[in-house]
Write a new protein. Sequence first.
Length: 363
Amino acid sequence: SKGEYRHYMLKEIFEQPKVIEAALEGRMSASSVLVESFGPDAQALFQKTRQVHIIACGTSYHAGLVARYWLERYAGVPVQVEVASEYRYRHPVVPEGTLFVTLSQSGETADTLAALRFAKTLGYVGTLAICNVPGSSLVRESDMSLMTRAGPEIGVASTKAFTTQLIALLLLTLSVSKAKGQPEQPEILAGLQALPSLCQQVLGLDAQIEALSQAFAEKHHALFLGRGAHYPIALEGALKLKEISYIHAEAYPAGELKHGPLALVDSEMPVISVAPNDELLEKLKSNLQEVRARGGQLFVFADRKVGISAQEDIRVLELPEVHEALAPLLYTLPLQLLSYHVAVLKGTDVDQPRNLAKSVTVE
Ligand code: F6R
């Protein structure tokens, strides 16, 4: 039941510290990731893995896009990520030693399942499903699986399923790296252990985010900007806003702004940006200046330390410091809350947005 919460979506957003903990349980220690979490064959399979293809739909696809940054940076493995409905109708070229990974909350998404069945004819080194539903078709038909342990997700808009997929993908990154004989990454492991409590802190910003949401109630469009692994987080923020509040939202990698979308920016255009304290921060800041110079209204979710201060045309919400690898997880939360509160203000059916189904079992 929804308990004290007004909607399932809000309940599921607030469950994230708990389910992230569950997703980590027994799968790592303070000094090491447990490769066997992916099954008895995982060690041998990951050892042979020379690249990874990730296939999913919707929000799950966005999790895959984040994982590309992680697997390339922390495991040194090249990655392709694609939506299932495109992949399955292409003629993919599969280099030797390629691992096929599907991501799905339900494990029953028709295109993702069809992509897996197709992939099995293409000579992959193995197939892995990262999924929230044990015994689902995707899990049954894959060589290996890892459950995300988010528990039932009732709200159509995916929230806790996404963040637990990210946890699973970070465990995958560390496991592939370890199986290939690369050194363990103690800072990331420590960061993972600290993550549930950091998420709890960020959820404490709820009232401030609710106040911020007022500015969106009358808006027809919104632009989300991010760089690096936060570009997919911007995509996910835009998807959440459009699916539950019906406000047209688009996401861009911040560096693409001047290649077109800047033409849309005026005082009517809210621009939401995630600004963690990473190597791309200075570049992002200059992109934000470009928005300000056109009169755009900026909403920035930023690391406490980055020194973006609130001004008349910039509203800033500060997030706690977090290891760079884990920032995409943490910065997802305020965007979920923002879209939730905007939808509530607009009076939409938050848990059952029009035209959408929880599980898309037809193509
Ligand atoms: C968006 C949303 C959808 C799903 C997509 C894939 O909030 O929920 O975009 O992510 O339909 O579903 P699964 O993950 O079940 O394969």
